[in-house]
Design a protein around this ligand. Structure first.
Ligand code: CMP
Length: 135
């Protein structure tokens, strides 16, 4: 079984669509094995997005992701990394297919509702960062 980290970002929480996002994940056959609501510290946000540190949108991304509570969860299932990325849709919500989370709910590339780890390697790193007790 594979695990991945999913975040319902502060825009998703503000828009009251936590239930829909969770329901899409469960409907797909994936299981949520850990979950909580928290506001990220700047340090955690910077570490989480460290691969984007040199990008022009990095400061704004860190401000956005720390700007309100988010829902963090560990999702488990067969090919969970790929399955979540497929449910989420393309990073740019305007290009994301209708029927995906971003395709249905978002218009801006930064405020794109959800995050899913982009590889099993990233998933392991991100799960350790958010849920160290799971190893
Ligand atoms: P996420 O899947 O969490 O991974 C990196 C995040 O950076 C991405 O979703 C977006 O929220 C954000 N992002 C990616 N590209 C851009 C961009 N061009 N401008 C602003 N934010 C971006």
């Amino acid at each position: 079984m594979e695990r991945t980290l999913v975040l319902i970002k502060p825009d998703g929480v503000r828009r009251n669509i936590i239930g829909d996002v969770i329901s899409r994940i469960e409907r797909k056959g994936l299981s949520i094995v850990a979950m909580d609501m928290r506001t990220l510290s700047e340090e955690t946000a910077r570490t989480h997005y460290e691969e984007h540190a040199s990008r022009p949108f990095y400061t704004s991304l860190v401000e956005f992701i720390t700007g309100g509570p988010l829902v963090a969860m560990v999702v488990e299932g067969e090919r969970a990394v790929e399955a979540i990325r497929s449910l989420a849709g393309a990073t740019d919500p305007v290009s994301a297919a209708p029927g995906t989370i971003r395709g249905d709910y978002a218009l801006q590339v930064q405020e794109n509702i959800v995050h899913g780890s982009d590889s099993t390697y990233s998933a392991e790193r991100e799960i350790k960062l958010f849920f160290p007790e799971l190893g």
